[in-house]
Design a protein around this ligand. Structure first.
Ligand SMILES: C[S@@+](CC[C@H](N)C(=O)[O-])C[C@H]1O[C@@H](n2cnc3c(N)ncnc32)[C@H](O)[C@@H]1O
Length: 408
């Protein structure tokens, strides 16, 4: 199987993305034929893994090495099919210390089902073919299973935001969202919503996890339970769509981007708010070490690694004709406890690690921090925080079905 993949890669894919082709990825004809042959070899084994895992009684049971290899080959195939456009969600984009786990026999049934769900969404997106038409149990992106009640309970306490963060968001909302019809993707527990909703003309959120909505409903925000990849809103019904750390977390961000394009009114804008933290030297390495240890303990790596997704999404939006502007909202120095710099690691409140109990995660953090001579978790360390806004403006159509090339 990997030999066939190598043949495709050697053939080279220098074809540029066409300016105005269709709503889907462009696949050169010669490549489509080769990939079609490859698909015949890759798809059936994935369906077998999906069926076997859906029927498995224990989600923490490890899958076999052969099944892991099947999923890895399938993900490589999807990356090829996607035109090598940086679709690194699956194993190819993992940091080296985690790729080892992904290639071993350690992936669990739960992780395998997520992987099949990811693969199915990509396959559907690229070719319109469902690999798992009914979705094996646990793989449907919309059920919000990744952010269940336990993770929703842990989520907000480990994402304490400073007043400065809230101020910057309110400033952004006053300057950019004032009196507009605003939609937020993946509202979560409402970190962004609480700050921006008061300044919007109207505010609507969409969130896949009922547990996350329940954890954030207290402010009376209008948050719908739904899938950002298939939104229940009319075409052209919003002036602005905003998101913070959520589009990267959906199964296929480009499907969500297609929906953003649809629900935005002409002249509307898509805003991605990025938060960058740069803690003191040594803490970044500590974060990597803790991540690797927790991945090891959690018995499997989820395919939800966002490396490469931002570039991929950016390229897609430009191709669709959105005009991009990068705006630095603020940058400041901040001193925090090590516990705060380690954010979601101290209580394992990332989807990949939520099988680990909080006390264990805390003790791993404390042990590795001590070993790295960074003190205990209450030691304060300086760092730098920045907030950047990516504005994508939806200008006009060249024809009813297609967007124009970006204008320079
Ligand atoms: C990392 S959290 C971020 C939440 C919030 N934006 C924040 O900054 O705190 C990602 C959120 O995206 C949601 N999400 C993931 N896939 C989704 C989908 N397909 N449709 C809607 N929400 C989704 C998750 O349930 C989760 O609440």
């Amino acid at each position: 199987m990997s030999a066939a993949i190598d043949v495709v890669r050697e053939a080279g894919d220098s074809a540029a993305v066409p300016p105005c082709d269709s709503r889907f990825h462009y696949v050169p004809p010669w490549r489509a034929a080769t990939l079609g042959a490859l698909a015949e070899r890759v798809l059936p084994p994935v369906a077998d893994v999906a069926a076997r895992c859906a029927a498995a009684a224990r989600p923490d049971e490890p899958i076999t090495a052969a099944e892991t290899a099947t999923l890895i080959a399938a993900c490589a195939y999807v990356r090829l099919r996607g035109g090598g456009d940086g679709c690194t969600l699956a194993f190819g984009g993992l940091p080296p210390e985690l790729a080892g786990h992904a290639r071993s026999e350690r992936m669990t049934v739960r992780a395998a089902l997520e992987c099949v769900g990811w693969f199915d969404a990509n396959q559907r997106f690229l070719t319109g073919v469902h690999i798992a038409p009914d979705g094996p149990a646990g793989t449907r992106p919309f059920d919000g299973a990744l952010y269940g009640p336990e993770l929703a309970r842990r989520y907000a306490p480990a994402r304490q935001v400073t007043e400065r963060f809230n101020d910057v968001l309110r400033g952004f909302a006053k300057d950019f969202l004032c009196s507009r019809r605003v939609l937020e993707l993946g509202t979560g527990t409402g970190r962004l919503a609480r700050n921006v909703a008061p300044f919007a003309g109207s505010y609507t959120g969409i969130e896949a996890s009922r547990a996350m909505i329940d954890a954030g409903r207290r402010d009376g925000l209008d948050v719908r339970h739904g899938d950002m990849m298939a939104m229940p809103f009319a075409t052209g019904s919003f002036d602005a769509v905003v998101e913070h750390e959520s589009i990267d977390f959906c199964t296929e961000p480009l499907l969500a981007a297609t929906e953003v394009e649809r629900v935005l009114a002409l002249g509307g804008r898509f805003y991605r708010v990025e938060l960058e933290t740069a803690p003191a030297a040594g803490i970044g390495r500590l974060q990597e070490g803790i991540t690797a240890r927790l991945a090891d303990m959690s018995g499997g790596v989820f395919p939800y690694w966002t490396k490469g997704q931002r570039q991929r999404l950016h390229g897609w939006l430009l191709w669709r004709g959105f005009v991009h502007r990068r705006i630095e909202l603020a940058r400041w120095d901040e001193t925090r406890t090590l516990r705060d710099w380690l954010q979601g690691l101290v209580n394992a409140s990332y989807p990949s690690f939520s099988g680990i109990d909080e006390r264990t995660a805390l003790s791993v953090c404390a042990e590795l921090a001590g070993a790295a001579s960074l003190g205990d978790l209450d030691t304060r360390w300086p760092g730098r925080v920045g907030m950047t806004l990516h504005q994508y403006e939806f200008i006009d159509w060249c024809c009813p079905g297609h967007r124009p090339r970006p204008r320079t």
